[in-house]
Design a protein around this ligand. Structure first.
Ligand code: AMP
Length: 398
């Protein structure tokens, strides 16, 4: 079975063709500058790489067409015809309270997706465009499935998702914690259960997705019970460029003082804050580590603030669940920075967390890095959102 996984942005489209049964990635790549000029990238094992070549892409339909043309190309392709694509899985950012799991797309689902647009005005329209483009190019007979970033978190109880605002803002305006990165948290929690050899239903897990965007999720019995991102992905941990949680009173103070309107303020909070804002150096933790080593105190402070907040949330979620069996590190930082993993877990020995520095000295592989005597396991699990999307899609397309 071959599943085409699509992650459509407003001017870009990432794709991957994979076999969910063997987990083999047949080909992957990226369409960029859609609606501008169009650049196409294609990579497949044993085939010639196409790297950002010019392909006219006035709309997402031409982008999908370029993807299909490359996949079935007689010399450089990986399938003989489009018929070998059994289904298409789409990453959709926001499913509101309507979608608590992945869903096969039909007209009713499309209408519901349109209704979710006000909750994710930058992302959902692009996802919908990607779905429509696939249908236009591939026809109605190829099943399409929507996999939501928010769906995994729909199991959160009201106590975790309710903001202390007038209740009507929830009932009438849908303002509540939704949480994001759900596909990643779900995938790594399932892998953690496999790695520990225990059923997910018996485990309390804390999943730390730490990358350019970061979030932490408390997973009890296989279900998300709390997560750090909120109504939008701006909440929770300080991130590469996003502020994370802050006192809402700061907004009024800064907007008045610097004569900013709400869009300018949001631009600061989304693009100029986080570890970039604190350090003034970079949003990339590798640059920060290098600058801190050379004595840059603001870069060091940015790292310290990030790590402190991760540690604090791990403690909070252990308290929320009344215990924890394993802490999972995933995504760019979580998978690749042994030094940060060591520091983020330092001080958690009181709750049974103990990392073995030697086992921990690894990157990008699935491993239990706990030291002897640890009663809470520490796991490194590379995330694979595309595989999770393909698995859900295959299941629903059957
Ligand atoms: P992601 O959003 O999951 O792709 O993660 C991207 C981020 O991971 C980058 O911005 C880096 O800050 C971080 N990262 C990747 N590799 C390393 C590394 N070896 N050490 C520290 N941070 C890393």
């Amino acid at each position: 079975m071959n599943i085409l996984v699509i992650n459509a942005g407003s001017s870009s489209l990432k794709y991957q063709l994979l076999n969910p049964e063997t987990q083999e990635v047949l080909a992957k790549g990226l369409c960029e500058r859609i609606g501008i000029d169009g650049k196409f990238t294609y990579k497949a094992p044993g085939k010639q790489t196409i790297d950002a070549v010019d392909v006219a892409m006035p709309t997402h339909s031409e982008a999908i067409k370029a993807v299909l043309d490359a996949l079935v190309d007689p010399q450089n392709g990986v399938i003989a015809s489009m018929k070998e694509i059994d289904a298409v899985g789409h990453r959709v950012v926001h499913g509101s309270e309507t979608f608590a799991c992945s869903v096969k797309i039909d007209e009713r689902v499309m209408a519901a997706l349109e209704e979710c647009i006000p909750l994710a005005p930058l992302h959902n329209p692009a996802n919908i465009t990607g779905i429509k483009a696939c249908e236009a190019v591939m026809g109605k007979d190829v099943p399409q499935v929507a996999v939501f970033d928010t769906a995994f978190h729909q199991t959160m109880p009201p106590v975790a998702y309710t903001y202390a605002l007038p209740y009507e803002y929830y009932t009438e305006d849908k303002v509540r914690r939704y949480g994001f990165h759900g596909t990643s948290h779900k995938y790594v929690s399932q892998r953690a259960a496999a790695l520990l050899g225990k059923p997910a239903a018996s485990l309390k897990l804390i999943s730390c997705h730490l990358g350019n965007g970061s979030s932490i999720t408390a997973i009890d019995g296989g279900k998300s019970v709390d997560t750090s991102m909120g109504f939008t992905p701006l909440a929770g941990l300080p991130m590469g460029t996003r502020a994370g949680d802050l006192d809402a009173g700061i907004l009024e103070y800064l907007m008045n003082k610097h004569n900013m309107d709400i869009n300018e303020m949001l631009n600061v909070l989304n693009k100029k804050s986080g570890v970039l804002g604190i350090s003034g150096v970079s949003s990339d933790f590798r640059d920060l580590e290098a600058a801190a080593k050379e004595g840059n105190t603001r870069a060091q402070l940015a790292i310290d603030v990030f790590e402190y907040n991760v540690r604090k949330l791990i403690g909070a979620y252990a308290a929320a669940m009344g215990g924890v069996d394993a802490i999972i590190f995933t995504a760019g930082v979580g998978e690749n920075s042994p030094a940060m993993r060591l520091r983020m877990t330092a001080g958690l020995e009181f709750m049974g967390v103990k990392v073995d520095p030697e086992k921990n000295n690894c990157r990008g592989k699935e491993i239990d890095v706990s030291a002897d005597g640890a009663t809470v396991r520490t796991l490194v699990i590379p995330t694979n959102e595309e595989l999770m999307i393909a698995l859900d899609t295959a299941e629903l397309a059957k």
